[in-house]
Design a protein around this ligand. Structure first.
Ligand code: MN
Length: 494
């Protein structure tokens, strides 16, 4: 069987209406236009777009995305024009391919200059038009990371660093946990070779021991679930290495691997939310939850990036702490593929819908849409380049909160942000004239720490000026700068 037929089979397994003609046509066109080209690995170039399309199919994306995956390098590397693509495949596909090409052309050098930030803005702008541009770009990046060892040394460094700083956090922001973990693990040895080498050796026996131990626990929980007649898939996962490294460097862990309780975790997937809680009960009837750190219910309170699951840490055999994650199959799909999974679930709900509907479906389930909106609104509201950059880089993305204005606009702020930070994020004048604040309708102090989902109202009084004490609690560089510059100005006048 030809490789392309295997790819179509993957797509058909989740999308009965897969556009076979489109995918075959795109494959044929890519084969023809990339004919004779080689990758640095010595393989035929087509291997690359094909692998990208395969990654997209495994994320259960629509036929158009898969076709764009196959075509994504035709403009950049095969001299095909936008017009040619538009004529053969239609305007939509041509636009998507040219969107991916533009993002690839952006020079994300990692330098903290204005041009760099402007490039990121363009990237988000492309995303605003169609998120699939970003999904294809992430798949492209993943395959390039998988084959990075063929590139010259400096290039490896630059690309791997960029992956850690921009693409991994971006995929995390989109709720694509699996993509994030893989990108980070591929980049890790290039960016931190020493640490990578050390950690690989050092952690191996711990992983091995934990995995062996997990086998028994898996058997035990499977039996109990079966007795209670709960349909479930029980599996285990090992923590991604880079994620372990980051955790070891947290102050409360202080490089003590014995304090990392989720080196391996047991995962229970069930059909619905009711079964999640039933499974939790069963788990706790076998093993006692660890006091204080026991249960985190991210189903009742999802994480800011939409992650839903119940985590419980229990004392299992030999008083060993074991993390167990319980969620539905759908939540699991979303945790792994994030925003990409919406194509799939939107399609599944309306059985047998056309490919076209499937594509549009992404914008119907509201929950993830707000994230897209948020990403888009960054480029509009953030005037401070440094802050914008920080927000996009590294841990910045993982440690943000989202609050609402009374009008329902979403604002993205760092953890620990206060009503004063919020006011300055809305407008400088509003910041300067703040005299009080209400959060969710209740008066709060100005140093109140906002939480995701808070609705923040600023009470202002015209002609009021900032207070120096605000500098003790604001966390955004924007607010800090505005307040300081007011006082600098004032002192100069004296
Ligand atoms: Mn490519």
């Amino acid at each position: 069987m030809q490789r392309i037929d295997q790819l179509i089979d993957i797509a058909r397994s989740y999308n009965p209406k897969v556009d076979v003609n489109l995918i075959k046509k795109a494959y044929g066109f890519a084969l023809e236009t990339h004919n004779g080209q080689k990758r640095l690995s010595g393989e035929d170039f087509i291997i690359h777009p094909f692998s990208v399309a395969e990654i997209l199919a495994n994320q259960k994306l629509d036929s158009t995305s898969i076709a764009v995956g196959l075509l994504h390098d035709t403009i950049e590397d095969a001299g095909v024009t936008y017009e040619q693509l538009a004529k053969i495949f239609g305007k939509e596909i041509a636009q998507l391919v040219s969107g991916v090409t533009k993002i690839s052309g952006i020079r994300l050098q990692g330098s903290l200059d204005e041009e760099f930030v402007e490039n990121l803005r363009r990237m988000l702008l492309a995303m605003a038009r169609d998120l699939r541009v970003i999904l294809v770009k992430l798949a492209d990046r993943l395959h390039n990371m998988q084959t990075l060892h063929y590139l010259p040394k400096e290039k490896q460094q630059r690309i791997a660093r960029q992956t850690l700083e921009i693409y991994a956090p971006l995929s995390e922001r989109l709720g694509m946990g699996e993509m994030k973990g893989e990108l980070e693990d591929y980049a890790f040895p290039y960016v931190y070779p020493e640490e990578y080498k050390f950690l690989t050796e050092f952690s191996r026996p711990y992983y091995r021991k934990a995995e062996g131990f997990l086998k028994n626990a898996t058997r035990e929980i499977r039996t109990k679930l079966a007795v209670e007649d709960i349909e479930a898939r029980v599996s285990s996962r090992s923590k991604h290495l880079y994620s372990l490294w980051k955790k070891l460097n947290r102050p409360e862990i202080n490089k003590d691997i014995n304090k990392v309780h989720d080196l391996v975790a047991l995962r229970i997937l069930v059909n619905d939310i009711k079964d999640c809680y039933a499974a939790l009960g069963i788990v706790h009837s076998i093993w006692k939850p660890v006091p204080w750190i026991g249960v985190s219910d991210f189903i009742a309170q999802p994480k800011p990036n939409g992650y839903r699951s119940i985590h419980t840490k229990v004392f299992s055999l030999h008083e060993r702490i074991l993390e167990i994650q319980i969620r539905t199959f759908q939540m699991h799909e979303q945790a792994e593929n994030g925003i990409a999974s919406h194509w799939y679930y939107a399609g599944e709900k309306a059985k047998g819908v056309s490919d076209e509907r499937l594509e549009k479906g992404i914008f119907t389930p509201g929950e993830k849409l707000s994230w897209v909106k948020q990403l888009v609104s960054w480029q509009k509201q953030v005037v401070d380049s440094q802050e914008y950059l920080n927000a996009l880089k590294f841990d910045g993305l993982a440690s943000r909160i989202f609050v609402f204005s009374p009008k329902g606009d979403v604002y993205d702020l760092p953890f620990g942000a206060t009503p004063v930070d919020f006011a300055y994020a809305v407008h400088t004048n509003l910041g300067d004239e703040t005299v009080g604040s209400k959060v969710n309708g209740k008066m709060v102090t100005l140093n109140y720490k906002l939480k995701s989902g808070d609705m923040v109202e600023i009470i202002k009084k015209e002609g009021t000026k900032p207070t120096e004490g605000w500098l003790d609690f604001v966390v955004t560089s924007l607010a800090r700068r505005k307040i300081s510059s007011y006082f600098r100005e004032k002192n100069r006048q004296i």
